[in-house]
Design a binder for this molecule. Structure first.
Ligand code: FES
Length: 345
């Protein structure tokens, strides 16, 4: 992708405007992310960054890169990325998505923390543009006012979609005279905000999309479940784990048998190799996209054998029970027979 522009949104976060080198549109569903591949001092790193721009603007898309503490890649990108650079990306991919539909009249509740605003920004803009009868409430938690990503853009959106978009900022360290919410956006604070929302909207009409730190998401989810909101209306994006260096010595070489498209392939996973790496090396038709455990595209069913996977990842509880694994992050602990079974789409 070509980097068209790099805009500093906050002291710690940049917005990067990307376009395809052939100027073709970028096909995505709001909520998806790119896997950015960068090489720093000869070492390749992969990180997931969500698209923030609306689906109605497919020729130029935005991602946000927030510098995280000890974040080698996010820090490097914040310092070095410039307009005119080329960025290697995989995807877009992901399952935390909402496809806009002009016929829908939704009541969306979006809850974000820090850089978790990024996929929510794409969802909210896309819905407001495509669905004239839908309404959106955004609860957005940050430390201070200077940490609010898209502060000005959100203000403009509230003005231009009067009555259909409500944005409520919650700050841990608010400035004097702050009129928004105060404190950490935890279960209790979320419950208070929800009570206000329920003065004008029925609970059974609300669909939740949330993205932010794990404790925030757990609290919000518990509160919604305790009020009887069904699981199907609770959507959350887990930050995909930064890949830790793998200690290959913890693993032994393992034999693999791969069933796909009516054929069979045999291979060996070298110590520390993932099922995906070993499967590709064996010539099997493995499917994949993000390679970070975040999109589900590399899903395989374990016919036999055991694997180890870093958490969190995007595998659903029912998929775990049915013995599915994510080939891009799963390392075999013994001989494995697997069936390639990517999700639809
Ligand atoms: S390729 Fe995305 S989860 Fe494995």
């Amino acid at each position: 992708m070509n980097v068209l522009e790099v805009v500093r949104e906050t002291p710690d976060a940049i917005r990067v405007v990307l376009a395809r080198p052939d100027s073709q549109p970028i096909t995505f569903t709001p909520g998806m992310f790119f896997t950015v591949v960068v090489t720093i001092d000869g070492e390749e790193h992969r990180r997931a960054y969500s698209l923030a721009s609306p689906v109605q603007q497919p020729h130029q898309v935005d991602i946000v890169i927030k510098r995280i503490a000890d974040g080698r890649v996010s820090g490097w990108l914040n310092e070095h990325l410039r307009a005119g650079d080329t960025l290697q990306v995989l995807g877009p991919s992901g399952t935390f998505t909402l496809a806009p539909d002009a016929g829908q009249a939704r009541h969306l509740l979006l809850v974000g923390g820090g850089s978790g605003i990024t996929p929510l920004m794409s969802i909210l803009q896309s819905v407001l543009l495509a669905e004239p009868d839908s309404r959106v409430v955004l609860l957005y938690g940050n430390r201070g006012v200077e940490d609010i990503i898209f502060h000005e853009a959100l203000r403009r959106l509230v003005k231009s979609h009067a009555g259909r978009l409500v944005v409520r900022h919650v700050l841990e360290a608010p400035p004097k005279g702050w009129r928004g919410g105060r404190g950490r956006l935890d279960r209790e604070a979320f419950g208070r905000e929800l009570d206000v929302l329920l003065e004008t909207t029925a609970l059974q009409d609300i669909t939740l999309y949330q993205c932010g730190p794990e404790p925030m998401m757990a609290g919000v989810r518990e509160e919604m479940l305790s009020r009887g909101v069904p699981e199907a209306r609770l959507h959350q994006e887990r930050f995909t784990p930064a890949q830790k260096p793998v200690e290959a010595s913890r693993y032994a070489a393992q034999h693999l048998q791969i069933l796909a498209q009516g054929g069979q392939w045999a291979g060996t996973a070298q110590p520390g190799e993932t099922l995906l790496e070993a499967g590709l090396a064996a010539g099997a038709p493995m499917t994949f996209s993000c390679t970070l455990g975040g999109c589900g595209r590399c899903r395989v069913r374990l016919v036999s054998g055991e694997v180890e996977m870093p958490e969190p990842n995007c595998l659903l509880p029912q998929e775990r029970e049915a013995n599915y694994a994510l080939a891009c992050i799963a390392r075999p602990l013994g001989p494995v027979v697997l069936e390639v079974a990517p999700p639809a789409g």
